[in-house]
Design a protein around this ligand. Structure first.
Ligand SMILES: Cc1ncc(COP(=O)(O)O)c(C=O)c1O
Length: 359
């Protein structure tokens, strides 16, 4: 039972479960099969799987749309970009996840589409860019952006895009459906790297798209089957297991993040703290630049120097260590994925390292 009256925490726990009938398992089992007995609805493992269906029901209920599971966030990105008509353009954030920017650049280099990168915090300029670009098919938003933590005005941009017949995609990986529901803000398609908060334990790669429109859903489902960008049943089961505790994990991680953002702002080694006021990613910019960042990530014992984010454990990295990262991201920016440990232990570990920078 997942009617519209249920609150997100209840949906996270209950959606996509088998019916409450005698001897039904509480959890949908992992269906490990590549094929099904013929003449039913599924037929073949690339077309459907009961474990996917359970995950898709739960995520769809949280986002307020129909979900499709993908092999990774990037599989969702590239499958979605396949829907952009030949020669059309995509307006996207200059500081979107660098894999997304790379996928756009790759498609552009093959003559598939044109990519137009913008500052998504400048709402008026983005609306003007949509008016100026007659070929624009998609407005691609990511809010907050990775790793700059910029915020887009999703309702205003979606309303302007709708008037121009432009579809709006929102990468909701950082906010999760608990902190932002782009479909109810007027967007058409929500994208997730489910690898991050949704699965939540740094043990699975998965992605998802969620849409309101049935035709777009069917087009994406067909494209997923053609591209073979489908997840494994075990990965999907892990992601659904993770989703069951999303609200509890996020609440704790976000409380830790807000507290660390406050404490970091007062430390002399920190020039600036980027934190949008919600969520569990904090990005201090160290006054000592790249050297200070490289020192910090090696000088802790609790915080793990690792890429990715959204797990129960706290991890961090200096983003400019990646060649693909935009040159406009400060050298000293350290993206912190705050976990659910005790906040004082996290701070003690950080501060002993920060105190030794330039010491
Ligand atoms: C915001 C965002 N979108 C998409 C992706 C890509 O997802 P995946 O790594 O699951 O392919 C990532 C990965 O870091 C991300 O941070």
């Amino acid at each position: 039972m997942t009617g519209p009256t249920l609150r997100p925490a209840t949906i996270a726990v209950t959606a996509g479960r088998p019916p409450h009938d005698p001897d039904q398992p509480l959890n949908v089992p992992i269906t490990m099969t590549s094929t099904y007995v013929a003449t039913g609805d599924l037929e073949y493992g690339r077309f459907g799987n009961p474990t996917w269906t359970a995950f898709e029901e739960a995520l769809g209920a949280l986002e307020g749309g129909r979900a499709l599971a993908f092999a990774s966030g990037m599989a969702a990105v590239t499958t979605l970009l396949d829907l952009v008509g030949q020669g059309s353009s995509v307006i996207a954030p200059q500081h979107a996840y660098n894999g997304t920017v790379a996928a756009l650049a790759d498609a552009e280099s093959r003559g598939r589409l044109k990519a137009h990168l913008v500052d998504i915090t400048d709402t008026a300029a983005v609306i003007q860019a949509m008016h100026d670009d007659e070929d624009c098919a998609f407005l691609w938003l990511e809010s907050p952006t990775n790793p700059a933590l910029e915020i887009a005005d999703v309702p205003a941009l979606s309303a302007a895009a709708r008037e121009l017949g432009i579809r709006v995609v929102v990468d909701n990986t950082f906010a999760t459906p608990l902190l932002q529901q782009p479909l109810s803000d007027g967007a058409d398609i929500v994208l997730h790297s489910a690898t991050k908060y949704i699965a939540g334990h740094s043990d699975v790669l998965m992605g998802a798209l969620v849409v309101a429109d049935d035709e777009v859903h069917d087009a994406l489902k067909a494209r997923r089957g053609l591209a073979g960008s489908t997840p494994g049943p075990f990965e999907t089961w892990l992601a659904l297991r993770g989703l069951r505790t999303l609200h509890v994990r996020l609440e704790r991680a976000a409380a830790n993040a807000a507290e660390l953002a406050r404490r970091l702002a007062d430390h002399p080694a920190v020039a600036e703290v980027r934190y949008p006021g919600f969520g569990a990613i904090v990005a201090p910019v160290l006054a000592g630049g790249a050297d200070a960042g490289d020192f910090l990530v090696r000088a802790t014992s609790l915080w793990v120097h690792a890429t990715s984010l959204g797990g129960v454990e706290s991890t961090f990295e200096r983003r400019r260590r990646w060649k693909l990262e935009a040159a406009t991201i400060p050298e000293g920016l350290v993206r912190m994925s705050v976990g659910i440990e005790d906040v004082d232990d996290l701070w003690d570990d950080l501060v002993q390292a920060l105190d030794r920078i330039n010491a």
